[in-house]
Design a binder for this molecule. Sequence first.
Ligand SMILES: [Fe+2]
Length: 354
Amino acid sequence: MPVSDAEMIQAWTEVLTLSRLKRDDVVTILTSQNTHPQTLSTALIAASSLGARVNRLDLPPVNGEKAHSRDSLAYLGITPLTGNRAAIAALKESDLVLDLMTLLFSPEQHEILKTGTKILLAVEPPEVLARMVPTPEDKARVARAAALLEQAREMHVTSPAGTDLRCPLGQYPAVQEYGFVDEPGRWDHWPSGFILTWPNEGQAQGRIVLDRGDILLPMKSYLAAPVEMTVENGYVTAIEGRLDADLLKDYMAAFDDPEAYALSHIGWGLQKRARWSTLGLYDREATIGMDARAFEGNFLWSLGPNNEVGGDRVTACHIDIPMRHCTIRLDGADVVRDGVVLDTLPMLQQEPAE
Ligand SMILES: [Fe+2]
């Protein structure tokens, strides 16, 4: 069902208030050809009503001829901001950027955040945004998971399908995504609700067996049959399976980039209002799949870049893979068991280290 403008204005007002928007703050709304008109119009009204000075910066899309789909995450790296000094200057001078375009994984985004500007990405359809308006409780839950992840030195992931992956940790920080930007220089994504980090460079080892019903993004498909991947020294070195494996291999080969096969972010979903099944209800071009990334208890891992956390791997190819029914252990203690997050009973999750 569509949502009303009134509901969207209320949703934006809550998100902007959680983001500590103050009277006379400068808000720049970054838009492009695929920006949802209702998301834009209601953001303008909500930010203006809270007393902000609101600009709109509309930039033409890029990479259309290179990307293999219209998904905004289908080709990373060059963005409409690349080399655009005037646009970058405008965003650096803003207190808050509402990114209705998708700047993710771009060096320009880092440059802008370093000046203290906050950036909130919001590109999902209005009804998805309205269903998953972030809350302080979302933040608290993600922060608890971050505390566990920050002190861990190994993530060990297993699944009934045969996954057995070990990722040494410590080189990169834990990144919290809870859906609003309450600190200077913070980036976040509405909707979200998950925790992630990156494995130590070149150290992840094992195998990952995707099972029926696990999801590939940006393909936005549920696997019909298992796909087995071999992980050696931080890279996927073999992808085996039936049609889904062939489709994934063909897509990735199009980028002709060995770095596309590096393990990227790893973490788990913490958002109760996100659902595994939602992706199946949408046209593929209507969503980027945040329900799939955030649903509670999924093991979300990915292939591709690490420049979001200061690494030097830049690749245009990025695959996100939410998996169900995994057990995730940090230094031998379960934090997710068979796809269920164990954060409500922290006293019970401790088990002897392996
Ligand atoms: Fe990702």
